[in-house]
Design a protein around this ligand. Structure first.
Ligand code: PLP
Length: 413
């Protein structure tokens, strides 16, 4: 296959590897465990180090199994280049490590994955200003911009309250101002949405979630969509300016984050993630259908106080989500009415497993305020719309009727 664009999503993932010859005709890219890569001619090694010839140097900066996964994700996101990291958080941290300097400013959505929220807290103690805003309206993002703003960061659908960012208008704003626009696509995944369509500069994916899909390997990625004009970014070191401007960002991130901070993805994990990604479309279709069915059932039950899912017409950003995404994702959250204890409810579930992950094949449930958002305290939780009784559900691929029965019987105490 030479032109991946002429094939559909799953065909491209399955057959994309064979665009480059694979050792011995293996259908899976082999797991290369070697840390070092030998060259017959010492001059060749020097050329690779100087970036004048493609090749591998040392496992921390690149590995053939990891490169094969990077190619797959790059195709999914229709990117210019993709880099993988040990975890999704490592991918987000790489942006901070490689691209921000003392005195810079970040505008981020206030509706965030808990650990990203915590990362911004850390960063704000290290000389970078961070403004957290309600990014469901571009006006709030625009009002927070300063002359020092280098990055605007949003999630497509926020985890866990499912607010949808004003993605297209924020993209236009960033393009007008020359600001780097970073979109965390984990909750939608490239199967439901390509952030490139709204002008994203860099796309984050926690591969741990929908792309790997089985909760058996951690990983993260950053995709440069090729849309951003890096000549407008003031923090590029001169040494990376010897490349074409479209390469400046990934060259600096590979060196300054991957090489210097070292959160590299291992080849075994890359293999698990690549195999998992083959069934991504099949899994997501079932997960999205299950999530919509469960969300509708719970919303119609008078023992439930609120259900948050962009697929419901009652969701404040239902129209934007319908406009931008192919489906509404596999995650929703809900609140029980006073008098029903969320722990008791979770303990009555037979299929929903109390566990902290999402995008798994199994349905996972978690009492948000008491676990993943416990550390941030009641005030910040309230600011993010997190009720104390909020339950997050990451919907799996179980048979729909079984899930509906389980979540319904647990309401009958
Ligand atoms: C899980 C998650 C991350 C972090 O990914 P890890 O692989 O767990 O580090 C980042 N963003 C979002 C939206 C996530 O759900």
């Amino acid at each position: 296959m030479t032109d991946s664009k002429k094939y559909g999503f799953t065909t491209t993932i399955l057959h994309g590897d064979r665009q480059n010859p694979i050792e011995h005709g293996s259908l899976h890219k082999p797991i290369h465990t070697s840390v070092a890569f030998g060259y017959k001619d010492a001059r060749e090694l020097a050329m690779v180090f100087q970036g004048k010839q493609p090749g591998y140097r040392y496992g921390r900066q690149g590995n053939p199994t990891v490169s094969a996964l990077e190619d797959k994700i790059n195709k999914m996101e229709d990117g210019y280049a993709t880099l993988c990291f040990a975890t999704g958080m490592a991918a987000i941290a790489a942006v901070v490590q490689a691209l921000l300097r003392d005195g810079d400013h970040v505008v981020s959505s206030a509706f965030l994955f808990g650990n990203t929220n915590s990362l911004w807290q850390t960063v704000s103690m290290q000389g970078v200003g961070v403004s957290l805003v309600d990014a469901t309206d571009v006006a709030n993002v625009e009002a927070a911009l300063t002359a020092a703003t280098r990055i605007v960061f949003v999630e497509t659908i926020a985890n866990p309250r499912t607010q949808v960012a004003d993605l297209a208008r924020i993209g236009q704003l960033c393009r007008d101002r020359g600001i780097l626009y970073i979109v965390d696509n984990t909750m939608t995944s490239p199967y439901l949405f390509q952030p490139k369509a709204v002008g994203a500069s860099l796309v984050v994916n926690a591969l741990t979630k929908s792309i790997g899909g089985h909760g058996n390997a951690l990983g993260g990625s950053l995709t440069d969509t090729g849309l951003y004009d890096w000549t407008r970014f003031p923090n590029i070191f001169d040494t990376y300016k010897r490349f074409a401007p479209v390469q400046w960002g990934t060259a600096q991130i590979r060196a300054k984050a991957l090489r210097d901070f070292g959160a590299s993805l291992g080849p075994e994990a890359a293999h698990h993630l690549a195999v998992g990604s083959e069934t991504m479309a099949l899994r997501l279709e079932r997960e999205c259908a299950n999530a919509l069915a469960l969300a509708r059932m719970l919303e119609a039950d008078d023992r439930v106080a609120a259900v948050h899912y962009p697929g419901l017409t009652s969701h404040p950003q239902h129209a934007i989500a319908t406009d931008l995404f192919d489906a509404y994702g596999g995650l929703f959250s809900f609140e029980l009415k006073d008098g029903i204890d969320c722990f008791d409810y979770l303990n009555r579930l037979k299929l929903g497993v109390p566990a902290s992950n999402l995008g798994d094949t199994r349905t996972l449930v978690i009492p948000v305020a008491h676990t993943i958002f416990y550390e941030m305290g009641p005030e910040r939780r309230a600011g993010m719309g997190i009720a104390e009784s909020l339950i997050r559900v990451s919907v799996g691929i179980e048979d729909t009727a079984d899930l509906l029965k389980d979540f319904s019987q647990a309401l009958d105490s």
